[in-house]
Design a protein around this ligand. Structure first.
Ligand code: FCA
Length: 326
């Protein structure tokens, strides 16, 4: 009898403890590798919308390197955050993220850049939302091929500048898609020039493109593509510095955030012809919501969600953004 009473008491205490935990205010972290980039600003903004709607607190931290990333996860746990979304500064930090999250009792899902293990394989235990990188890259290549045709340029005379950041799988897949579409349209492989970027910002792209132009002065006309709008914008600015303006160069980026909109807003068109608009709303709002539901309702996110994009140019920017709910 006494034993039964003790068991009952224990169960009641457990229930109380469980109940108390469920009543704790929900806090969700959102860690991004490049907080100054408009794409990530937009993701944060849409994550805030989810936070307002559902009544949770969003804790946003920029994590430009591995050290800051490790400190940020400790910081989240100290603030009693229960789960977080992450775009890590290096996808090879996947195992470190998984271990830290487990140790700190935090739920984690990745966004944009899928975390990998030591062998380069995606980490199965971390749900992910990313873009359909190869397909979106193909849209870039097809958009370029169409505009090349519209301008009456011939593929054989063109330099094709691939802004490269190959250590990041999504970046490699994006530029591979673009390249394959251009090849299918008739671009000779010998015309492809790689410009490896040290980082994924505009300045690094600018520097990489300058080197590539210097080494390949034989081309008088260029097309440029890369992993994001910053990559292509860097190439466009480098081209301008060498007199390769809109009449001699054509670039299509990926993103469609403020970086691209600023270019479209200039009175005279630049060589930044277009971008494949992807959805910071889905990536910011939905991932924050997914982690919230995981924490508050014990509903785990789908293992993998891939989002799509739409080609956006100066001409159709208003309609396309509306279509995407932006
Ligand atoms: C990567 C890039 C960002 C953005 C995102 C969807 O994280 O670095 O610029 O393209 O994927």
């Amino acid at each position: 009898m006494i034993q039964r009473r003790e068991a009952l008491l224990g169960a009641t205490l457990l229930l109380l403890a469980g109940g108390a935990r469920a009543a704790d205010p929900v806090k969700i972290g959102f860690l991004v590798k490049q907080a100054e980039e408009p794409w990530f600003q937009d993701e944060w903004r849409f994550a805030e919308t989810a936070a307002k709607e559902k009544g949770f607190t969003l804790v946003k931290i920029g994590i430009p390197n591995g050290e800051k990333m490790m400190a940020a996860m400790d910081n989240l746990a100290a603030q009693k955050v229960q789960g977080f979304v992450i775009c890590a500064p290096d996808v090879k930090l996947g195992v470190a993220v998984e271990r830290a999250a487990k140790r700190l009792g935090l739920k984690v899902m990745s966004v944009d850049d899928q975390l990998v293990d030591g062998a380069g394989k995606p980490i199965a235990g971390i749900p992910h939302m990313g873009i359909s990188a190869y397909e979106i890259g193909k849209q870039v290549g097809q958009g370029l091929a169409e505009e090349i045709k519209a301008r009456g340029w011939t593929l054989a005379e063109l330099g094709a500048l691939r802004m490269a950041f190959d250590q990041l799988p999504t970046a490699r897949e994006r530029t591979q898609g673009a390249l394959d579409a251009l090849k299918a349209a008739g671009l000779p492989l010998a015309n492809v020039v790689d410009a490896p970027q040290a980082k994924t910002d505009t300045e690094s792209a600018f520097n990489a493109a300058n080197i590539a132009f210097t080494k390949n002065a034989r081309f008088k006309r260029w097309v440029a593509f890369g992993m994001n709008d910053e990559a292509v914008l860097g190439a466009v600015r480098a081209g301008e510095g060498r007199g390769l303006k809109q009449e001699a160069m054509l670039g299509i980026g990926i993103g469609g955030s403020q970086t691209a909109l600023n270019e479209f807003a200039k009175p005279n068109p630049t060589a930044f012809f277009g971008t494949v608009l992807i959805s910071p709303k889905r990536h910011g709002y939905e991932t924050a919501l997914m982690v919230y539901q995981w924490v508050a309702e014990n509903r785990a996110p789908a293992a993998l969600t891939l989002t799509n994009g739409v080609l956006m140019t100066r001409r159709n920017q208003v309609e396309v953004r509306k279509q995407m709910g932006l």
